[in-house]
Design a binder for this molecule. Structure first.
Ligand code: RIB
Length: 299
């Protein structure tokens, strides 16, 4: 079973700040780190570290070759990572002393995924394989529809929330993963139970996963609901915690594990990620995540 992640690749410029910069304010950051990131890249690293055979397809600019090397080092198949003209996608990330972040994105090369490129890659995949998408690239709707026609199961991490989500055939998804902001955007309500009701009515065959920060996570399929409390851990940097969750959730879901166990493993892995700085660099490996999950369960 393979996952094709047709996903974003970003250069992350991470600024440690006292507080997020305010309108009209100019301020100095305490430090700058340049990291590999992008929800797509982070999720491919998470899948590979979770032990899943992972292929990444996407676009980088001429100065983005270290992003591909990062995926290679994680054991991801990168034959479909293309170099194109123009700048790589990048993100300006502020991290405050509580480990919270805010992120400004520039799509760059992530916007250069075309329908012919999508068709070329998808022709190598079929039933039994899974396509993973985020809302940080071009062609998301096309990829979703073509992959479903070819018999792939499709997972979408609908992040970030913006108008591009409005036209997507979400009901064709096997898994839809959103945080509280994206869930509210799609469902028109901030109440998690209500979000689940609205979105499962719209997508009756899709497993919906809501990640809700300190409130934990909620999975919903039809009338079924599974709540998983958040793990209380010291927070260093929340960047890529959601991406870690997505990779580990898919590992459990693809294996057909019960929803509660799948959510528990994903929650444990993302709790480990928030205790470390960086995006892809913060993702734990499978043994560590599984031990943390089992340890807490038996405690
Ligand atoms: O989810 C975290 C990621 O969001 C960062 O790595 C940044 O690149 C943005 O895509």
């Amino acid at each position: 079973m393979r996952v094709l992640n047709f996903g974003s690749l970003n250069i992350d410029y991470v600024y440690q700040v006292d507080h997020f910069v305010q309108p009209g304010e100019t301020m100095s950051a305490a430090s700058l780190r340049v990291n590999c990131g992008g929800k797509g890249l982070n999720q491919s690293v998470a899948l590979a570290r979770a032990g899943v055979e992972t292929w990444h397809a996407g676009c980088i600019g001429p100065k983005g070759s270290f992003l591909k090397e990062r995926l290679d080092a994680a054991g991801v198949d990168t034959r479909f990572v293309r170099q194109v003209e123009g700048s790589s996608g990048h993100a300006i990330i502020q991290v405050d002393p509580k480990g919270q972040n805010c992120i400004l994105l520039h799509d760059g090369a992530n916007a250069q995924i075309t329908e012919p490129f999508a068709d070329e890659v998808l022709s190598c995949f079929g039933p039994g394989d899974v396509l993973l998408l985020q809302n940080e690239t071009s062609c998301v709707g096309y990829l979703l529809a073509r992959a479903a026609e070819r018999g792939l199961r499709v997972a979408l991490n609908a992040a970030p929330a913006n108008g591009r989500l409005n036209d997507l055939p979400l009901e064709r998804l096997t898994w839809l993963l959103v945080n509280e902001v994206e869930g509210a955007f799609l469902a028109g309500t901030e109440d998690p139970e209500e979000m689940a009701r609205v979105l499962t009515r719209r997508c009756p065959d899709t497993t919906l996963v809501l990640t809700l920060g300190a409130q934990g996570a909620l999975a919903a399929l039809g009338e079924e609901r599974v709540w998983m409390p958040a793990r209380r851990v010291p927070v260093v940097d929340t960047t890529a915690a959601g991406d870690t969750f997505t990779g580990y959730f898919l590992r459990g879901a693809m294996e057909g594990r019960p929803l509660e166990e799948t959510l528990g493993l994903a929650t444990a892995a993302s709790a480990l990620a928030v205790g470390r700085a960086g995006a892809a660099a913060s993702v734990p490996d499978y043994r560590e995540a599984e031990a943390f999950f089992r340890g807490a369960k038996n405690a």
